[in-house]
Structures are given as C-alpha cells and as structure tokens.
Write a protein that binds this ligand. Structure first.
Ligand SMILES: Cc1ncc(COP(=O)(O)O)c(C=O)c1O
Length: 382
C-alpha cells in the first residue's frame, strides 16, 4: 500500500545525517557530561558545541540558549518564571496559541490570580494589531505578551517585528513560541525584540524530547526544574547528549538547505492548492492559508464540502489509504472536541464540515499530492 506522510507539523521524519550523528554519540560518547574525566568531557563538548552553533544560527549568545525536553517545557519555563520571579501580573495572549501556552497560562491564572487578556483574532487568523496596541497601552501593571510566531494549525505568520516593537515601546516582556518557525524560516533573534522563545527539534527533522528556550541575557528568569547544576543551574537533570547533538545537526542542515527546501516545499504547497481548487468543488482554505505571503509554506488547512454523516469517517478512510494528516476541525463527531483555533475563525456552518491540515516536508512529492487528491475525490463521489 502507498504510504503518504502529510503530517510534518505534528512531527517530522529524522534526516539520515541526524540519525548518524545521534548513533555516533550514543555509541562512543556515553559519559555523563557532568563527569570531569575524559568520557564526561567528551560528552560535554557535544553539548557546548551545540549551544554555540545554535546561538550562531539564531544570532544570539550561547549563554542565552537553555536545553529543555522540548517546546512545551520551554514555554512553561518562560511563562511560569515570568510571573513567579519577574513580577508579571498581566499576560496578553490569544485564543489560537498552542495548548503548551494556553493551558499553562490558564493554570498560572488559577494559581496566582494574575489577569489574562486575549487579543482579538481576525477571520484570516491574524491577530488584531490595533486591539493588541490598546491592550498594551491600557495595561498598568507589569505585563508579558505571549504570541506564537507561526500557528501550528492554520499556518498564519505573526508580524513578529511589529509585536516586538510594540512591546518594547511599552516596556512589556515578549515571549514567542517559535516551535513552527525555527528551522523553517530564517530567524535572527538579535533583530527581534523578543525576550523568550520556545523551540522543538522534532519539528525540523531532529529528535523528539529535546528543544531549547532562548532567554535574553539578564532577564532574571529562574529555573522550572531544580536539581543539579546542569544548564548552569537553569535546568537540572542529566542532559540527553545524543538528542542535543541530533538537534544541533538538524538545525545546521535546516539552515544550510533552507533556501532550496523552502522553494521546493512552497512549490509543492502551491501545487496542492491548485489541484484542490481545480478538482474539489467548494473547497475552502481556512485563514487564507493558500496565500504564501500570509501563511507558512509548510502547511494548508482546508475545509471540505462533505456532509456531516460522511465527515466522521474521512480521516479513517484517508488512514486506510495510507495517508497521514491531521484533523483540523470540529463537531462532526459528537464526542470529539473541536479545534480551539478553528473555533475562533470559522463560521458555525463551516465548523460543521470537516477541516483537514496537510503539512509538508522536503520528503513529499507532487505524485503524493495527486494520490491524495484522487482519494479525496473518490471519497466525495461515493
Ligand atoms: C506551536 C507549538 N508549540 C509547542 C509545541 C510543543 O512542542 P513539544 O512537542 O516539543 O513539546 C508544538 C508541538 O506540537 C507546537 O506546534
């Protein structure tokens, strides 16, 4: 059976070079990086080299990179410590953030009574910048803005320069979840007014269970996880050396090949959009995700003109045909909770139809797109 993986926003296939690097480290550099003997020093060397390399790609200082277990932990670190240690009393975020931010903010609010404001979202999935400005200007206590760079469900790209400037003009801290952008977009953090970011390796062909937080120097942020002196006391626990080395290799390759891979995947996305438009009557592109100037080249989120009865079995049918993608929507099967992101932007009528996210990588081909279109057409015609 043909197998097609169109779910790279959920996680990506490892690059072979990453597997080679990780295997080498696992086999040869198994020392504990905190040990002072040669085995330990050799393992430690991978970690510090990775830190230097990653900092260089992102235009920041090595000491500003803290390795974590992934994006969720890095989000938790920044948000929790901002309130606990930096005196933040007001968080401005949006209802289309990833749950790593939304649920963390909700939990902090329950525990501490800070105030939380949600910036309005327009129908194309963007934040309402005028509303953000108003929220910033009227906030009279220490404030942190948390807005993601690229939305993982609908692909909308935040005008991060603009938000950074607005925050800096008002003396407000800015945290941005960059899990879906770093490794895909040429991000230079030194050019952005961002205080904290979260990054995850498995979104750019690196291993799962590893990522990092960028924490601007002298921010005063304190650890989430206490223990040993690893990560200069910022994050206790023996480091996953092979994971960190694999992430370093994955990010190196992402930056090295970014221009050609971006061009290839953008072309594939455009082909997918064109085929859907030509062959599926009534298809809608949620949040203008078909517009490459507004949305990441790595995904589309489409609302399909399928009856409610058939909608419930669509993903199952695609899976049977070997196609992996993600459900992007809602209430078609009574018990399942709908997407909190699409709920913010779709009409009630469109929420009743199935929405699907197809997300891409350099490993996908136009033949795979043709196969998916054929399967979708067959499903809709029968
Ligand atoms: C935007 C965004 N933030 C955070 C995360 C969580 O990252 P991790 O899986 O590394 O914890 C994800 C992963 O799905 C994501 O897409």
């Amino acid at each position: 059976m043909q197998k097609v993986y169109f779910d790279s926003a959920a996680t990506t296939q490892l690059r072979p070079e990453v597997i080679d690097k990780m295997t080498l480290v696992l086999r040869e550099d198994y020392g504990n990086p905190s040990s002072t003997h040669g085995f330990g020093r050799s393992a430690k060397n991978h970690i510090e080299q990775a830190r230097k390399n990653i900092a260089k790609y992102l235009g920041v200082k090595a000491s500003e990179i803290i390795f974590t277990s992934g994006g969720t932990e890095a989000d938790n670190l920044a948000l929790n410590s901002a309130v606990r240690d930096l005196g933040v009393e007001h968080i401005i975020t949006s209802k289309v953030e990833h749950h790593a931010v939304l649920h963390t903010v909700q939990e902090i609010q329950t525990q501490t009574n800070i105030s939380v404001s949600y910036v309005n979202i327009t129908s194309d999935g963007s934040i309402d910048y005028e509303h953000l400005k108003k929220l910033l200007v009227t906030s009279s206590v220490k404030t942190l803005v948390s807005l993601m760079h690229v939305n993982n469900e609908i692909g909308t790209i935040l005008d991060i320069e603009k938000v950074g400037s607005l925050c800096s003009a008002e003396g407000v801290l800015f945290h941005s979840d960059m899990v879906q952008s770093i490794g895909h977009l040429d991000v230079n953090l030194s050019e952005l007014n961002v205080d904290f970011t979260a990054v995850s390796a498995h979104k750019f062909h690196g291993p799962k269970g590893v990522g990092f937080a960028y924490i601007k120097k002298n921010s005063g942020l304190k650890p989430l996880i206490y223990g040993g002196e690893q990560e200069r006391g910022y994050r206790g626990g023996t480091e996953g050396v092979h994971n960190i080395a694999g992430m370093d290799e994955a990010l190196r390759l992402a930056y090295e090949h970014m221009t050609e891979e971006k061009a290839y995947i953008s072309n594939l996305k455009q082909y997918f959009v064109d085929q859907l438009r030509d062959q599926i009557d009534g298809v809608k592109f949620n949040a203008n995700c078909c517009d490459l100037s507004h949305s990441t080249y790595t995904l589309i989120n489409v609302c399909l003109p399928i009856s409610q009865e058939k909608a419930g079995i669509l993903l199952f049918q695609l899976d049977i045909k070997g196609i992996a993608c993600s459900k992007g929507s809602a209430c078609q099967s009574g018990s399942s909770k709908g997407s909190h992101v699409l709920t913010e932007i779709l009409s009630e009528e469109d929420m009743l139809k199935p929405s699907i996210r197809f997300s891409f990588s350099k490993y996908n081909t136009k033949e795979e797109v043709d196969y998916v279109i054929g399967v979708l057409k067959e499903f809709m015609e029968n």
